[in-house]
Design a protein around this ligand. Structure first.
Ligand SMILES: [Zn+2]
Ligand SMILES: [Zn+2]
Length: 203
């Protein structure tokens, strides 16, 4: 029988993460002006060819790991706009309580980050944003944080009754390990040690 090449050239691997956070829409004419919380469901879609060695676009657990290493700073966090006076009020209470600069139980932290849209303060579980953290606003922040690590072509975020979805152009071609599917760093797999130069899997 004639061998046919796979016709799937742009397939997606999809990873879903849950993020619990509190926020409010400062200055908004609705009940969302009051501080409240959500469990948001974030869906990240990564596109590429199917990596022949592992028969995947990208391992979904690895997408999750890469995304969570940064986005965990939004989990169990307070997300407030930079001009919101609640920010100072909350930080003052945290200061008095002795948890402003960290606490023994505050361990689920990622490295602090600052982008043009948001700054994370993991030690007090606060993220300060430039714009109101709507579902649309969060998608912009997520894309900015992860766009150089994953070839993201769609992000969907559902929080309460609100859902937004945004499409992005495919713009990264990542060299992936044929043994475990993760992105090679300088031609070497950070997970199994595979080297593109000699093509030998070391798993
Ligand atoms: Zn809300
Ligand atoms: Zn590998």
């Amino acid at each position: 029988m004639e061998k046919k090449d796979c016709c799937c050239t742009a397939v997606r691997s999809v990873s879903t993460l849950n993020i619990q956070y509190a926020h409010r829409f400062y200055g908004f004419g609705g009940e969302a002006r009051y501080l409240h919380g959500h469990t948001g469901v974030l869906k990240i879609e990564v596109e590429d060819s199917v990596n022949q060695g592992v028969n995947m676009v990208y391992p979904c657990n690895e997408i999750k790991k890469i995304a969570w290493s940064v986005l965990r700073n939004f989990d169990h966090a307070l997300v407030l706009r930079e001009d919101d006076p609640l920010l100072k009020a909350v930080l003052d209470v945290y200061e008095t309580e002795g948890i402003r600069n960290g606490a023994r139980t505050n361990v689920n932290k990622g490295p602090a980050f600052r982008t043009s849209l948001c700054t994370a303060y993991p030690e007090c579980r606060v993220v300060v944003t430039k714009e109101t953290m709507t579902v649309e606003g969060f998608i912009k922040m997520v894309y900015e944080l992860l766009k150089d690590k994953l070839n993201i072509v769609r992000i969907t975020f559902k929080s309460g009754d609100n859902t937004a979805s945004a499409k992005f152009p495919s713009r990264l071609t990542l060299d992936r390990c044929p043994c475990c599917g993760v992105t090679l760093e300088n031609g070497t797999c950070p997970k199994c040690g595979y080297r593109k130069a000699d093509g030998i899997c070391r798993t």
